[in-house]
Ligand binder design. Structure first.
Ligand code: CA
Length: 222
């Protein structure tokens, strides 16, 4: 899951980014409204965390512009303004949720997870493909009742594939959702990570779950 964090206070931004990365999210930072709109147009984010007080504009204005550009990522507003009318305004112009500063990091995580789960109808945190299970809350991976340990990146990649089980997932889509801005798409990094996942998920099993579709991408299916 890839998140754009729009926050001008550097310390705050790197603190939130680090915390989110520990929870297996992929994070880009935009320090102002202009960069936020630019990044949101060239990348595909699942969620945008948007501070209201920005140096060049306000989060309200960025939120309006994002929706006008048909960017449909979830938007979570961070506000030091604790007034009801500001919250209402945020929700009216297309934000999905808001959180008042100062906030508890655990609360931010809970809001982020809740918004991202909204995309899925059943809200069950456990994704399943055949005998493979991935728990989005505990990050536990189990195949045939045995726990498998993955690195943060391997986890993000597997989660993305499982969220789109039975669909062809192209390398471009993978790079957009699992890697951040610093990713060099000319490398074969994705293939390397797919191979590592295969070694951990499929090796030793007769039924392979991760499939390559030549020229198209990858698919996870029974
Ligand atoms: Ca700010």
């Amino acid at each position: 899951m890839r998140i754009l964090l729009v926050e001008d206070e550097r310390k705050m931004a790197s603190f939130i980014k680090r915390g989110l990365e520990e929870e297996r999210y992929v994070v880009d930072i935009a320090p102002n409204g202009e960069k936020a709109l630019f990044l949101a147009e060239i990348n595909t984010y699942d969620l945008i965390i948007l501070d209201i007080m920005l140096p060049d504009t306000t989060g309200f204005s960025v939120c309006k512009d994002l929706r006008a550009k048909k960017i449909d990522a979830f938007i979570l507003m961070l506000t030091a303004l604790d007034e009801v009318k500001d919250k209402v305004l945020g929700l009216e112009i297309g934000a999905d949720d808001y959180l008042s500063k100062p906030f508890d990091f655990d609360e931010l995580l809970a809001r982020v997870a809740a918004l991202l789960r909204r995309k899925r109808l059943d809200k069950n945190p456990v994704l399943k493909v055949a005998d493979l299970e991935l728990n989005q809350l505990t990050h536990k991976i189990i195949r045939a009742k045995k726990e498998i340990s993955l690195t943060a990146k391997e986890y993000s990649l597997l989660e993305y594939l499982m969220l789109h089980a039975n669909e062809i997932v192209t390398r471009t889509r993978i790079s957009e959702h699992v890697w951040n801005e610093n990713f060099d798409s000319l490398t074969n990094v994705i293939d390397v990570f797919i191979n590592r996942l295969r070694n951990k998920i499929d090796r030793g099993f007769e039924k392979k779950l991760i499939h390559s579709l030549r020229g198209a991408g990858y698919m996870i299916k029974e």
